[in-house]
Design a protein around this ligand. Structure first.
Ligand code: ADP
Ligand code: MG
Length: 615
């Protein structure tokens, strides 16, 4: 070992840059955050060769005085905090005072800035010298700042080696711009790559404009299939868009979460949202969302990560619960009536905005005012309908009353049916191949996967019953014995209490035999032997009592699958209509228990297109 010596400031900065400046995208993040902190209303970004060759960011923010330029480039120099108290409730995106110094140590950096509204005399500063010596010269510039970063990592070849192709680097960089563009609707952003315009986002002030920006950033398909949600407690405010389960993704690549305007990736939050989607997402799929959480800055520590990707909440548990319950509620309340036409975007309180005209109107049907948010924010619950166990009897009554009014439906809508009276999923026409129900509603043809839909209804009923009066069971006229393994007999005995809670009375009838005496009422037509085997398989898989408790919903889902109409069962029209009415009244009825869709709409226009009608 040689003697100890103090590092040169450039080397110290280069070491710090290791944490903050990983690739062109990280430069763009730091520089854009500075523009936003400076109060910019418009930010223009120009990039060459994926950002490796050039990144130029121009803003119309507060700018800097000539004398401040060398400080901006020095390490541990910031205008944003002055004390530890400031740090504890920091509201700006930056505060560490090392981004520009780090970037300047691994690139050719030029700053050009002007803090005056009244003159265009600005100044420029460049740092290329060995020890970060900065030369300041007068330079024309309107109020605001331009930061130019050329030849990133030109002097740190080891770093440069880690850069990927131009295309990959640009996609990372674009992702950063997208995130920041979502975090600040009020700021205009433009992005050009190799002279080509990639994004041009105008400042968005109205809800419709914000919707358009989300569509521009996340793709129009997301906006077409997203719900706007809003929920409050006295300490927390959540708003944003959550994708309908049908819009799930194969990767977790459309998930944006902002805490007080800062983009973060947080395990706690990811978990809360994932939980909220658990019941409705097809296995292995990821939800899409753009969510904004607002809370007192003192309640969250942002100084946990050098690039500030992570945060720490003082009261993580209540943040988790709040996010989980708000998103969960919103998804549970989605009803066939809420499935919007492609040009509409759902807003809170059952309103919809037309993404083409920006017009906002109230939506009919069972609006989805979230009771949680209504209760805490004092907003009226909109068209919220209390959801209990949707009694099949009620649905049958509706069918009967329809039949009385219109004569027993021959299927579908009668000629004179008033569109306003037609329920969202319409009236059944026929059954196809014993699998699909065909129905006619106001918009055209509805196709329902009978088994998937019924499975969800049974599942929601079982959950609902378990959480309220308990699952009702009925004794079998002839108890059924099932041959099983010794281990399974043991498992059944160990979990006798659980079986009772599930509405099943099961007893050992020998070393390798169980007998089923009672089953849940809603499962009376199922294959009992298979039902028992599958529940036992679940219990064995989950193992410990704790894990079983945590997976009770999955066990109910297994049971529901058995209690549901099987393909190839012929249904009568009234039975099909009862199923449609039950779907309208059931939470999460748009997806089966495994997250597959249960129904789809084929609008008349699409059918007309199919037949080249009206061309
Ligand atoms: P931090 O953002 O943590 O303060 P930076 O190294 O990113 O540290 O920037 C240092 C300082 O330079 C900032 O505190 C700010 O005063 C100034 N600055 C940087 N970029 C801009 C900008 N675009 N407009 C105005 N001031 C800026
Ligand atoms: Mg900064």
């Amino acid at each position: 070992m040689s003697r100890i010596r103090i590092l040169s400031s450039r080397l110290a900065n280069q070491i710090a840059a290791g944490e903050v400046v990983e690739r062109p995208a990280s430069v763009v993040k730091e520089v854009l955050e500075n523009s936003l902190d400076a109060g910019a209303t418009r930010v223009d970004i120009e990039v060459e060769a994926g950002g490796g060759k050039l990144i130029r960011v121009r803003d119309d923010g507060a700018g800097m005085e000539a004398g401040d330029l060398p400080l901006a480039l020095a390490r541990h120099a910031t205008s944003k905090i002055a004390s530890l108290e400031d740090l504890e409730r920091v509201a700006s995106l930056g505060f560490r005072g090392e981004a520009l110094a780090s970037i300047g140590s691994v690139s050719r950096l030029t700053l050009c800035s002007n803090a005056s509204q009244h003159s265009s005399r600005g100044s420029s500063a460049a740092c290329e010298g060995r020890d970060m010596a900065v030369v300041v010269k007068p330079a024309p510039h309107p109020r605001g700042t331009t930061v130019e970063v050329r030849d990133l990592f030109f002097n740190t070849p080891a770093r440069r080696k880690f850069l990927r192709t131009e295309k990959t680097e640009f996609s990372h960089l674009e992702e950063v711009v997208k995130r920041l563009a979502l975090s600040r609707f009020d700021v205009a952003f433009s992005l050009r790559h190799n002279g080509r315009a990639v994004h041009n986002l105008k400042a968005a002030t109205s809800q419709a404009e914000r919707g358009r920006r989300v569509a521009a950033v996340c793709g129009p398909a997301f906006m077409e299939q997203a719900l706007f949600i809003e929920a409050d407690t006295p300490a927390l405010h959540l708003s944003g868009w959550v994708g309908l389960p049908a819009f799930s993704r194969s990767q977790a690549d459309l998930q944006y979460f902002f805490v007080n305007g800062r983009v973060i990736r947080d395990k706690l939050i990811a978990h809360a949202v994932k939980q909220a989607y658990r019941d409705v997402l097809y296995h292995g799929r990821h939800p899409a969302f753009v969510l904004f959480l607002q809370l007192d800055p003192a309640q969250v520590d942002v100084n946990v990560h050098p690039a500030k990707h992570e945060v720490r909440f003082r009261d993580g548990r209540s943040v988790h619960n709040f996010i989980y319950s708000s998103v969960h509620r919103a998804l549970a309340d989605v009803r066939p009536a809420d499935q919007l036409s492609p040009d509409q975007v759902a807003l809170a309180d059952g309103q919809a905005v037309d993404t083409r005209t920006g017009e906002i109107r109230r939506q009919g049907g069972l609006g989805w005012g979230s009771p949680a948010s209504a209760a805490v924010s004092g907003r009226a619950g909109g068209g919220y309908v209390a959801h209990g166990t949707p009694a099949a009897g009620r649905a049958m009554e509706q069918v009967a009353s329809y039949a009385r009014l219109h004569g027993e439906p021959a299927g579908g809508l009668s000629e004179e049916a008033d569109a306003a009276d037609v329920p969202p999923l319409g009236y059944a026409l026929a059954q196809l191949k014993g699998i699909y129900v065909l129905a006619e509603n106001a918009r055209g043809l509805v196709l329902v996967d009978m088994h998937a839909a019924h499975e969800r209804i049974t599942y929601e009923r079982l959950k609902c019953a378990r959480d309220s009066e308990g699952i009702r069971s009925q004794p079998l006229l002839v108890p059924q014995s099932v041959a099983v393994s010794q281990r399974e007999v043991q498992v059944a005995q160990d979990h006798a209490a659980l079986f009772r809670r599930l509405g099943l009375a099961v007893e050992a009838a020998g070393e390798e035999s169980l007998v089923i005496r009672e089953i849940p009422v809603s499962l009376r037509d199922c294959d009992l032997e298979q039902l028992l085997r599958d529940v036992l398989a679940d219990l064995i898989e989950y193992g410990s009592t704790e894990r079983i408790e945590a997976h009770l919903d999955e066990i109910l889902s297994t049971m529901a699958c058995h209690g549901s109409v099987r393909a190839n069962r012929r249904l009568t029209l009234p039975e099909m209509n009862a199923l449609l009415r039950d779907m309208e009244a059931t939470e999460r009825s748009g997806q089966c228990n495994h997250g597959r869709p249960t129904w789809t709409q084929l609008p008349l226009e699409d059918l007309d297109k199919l037949f080249l009608r009206g061309r």
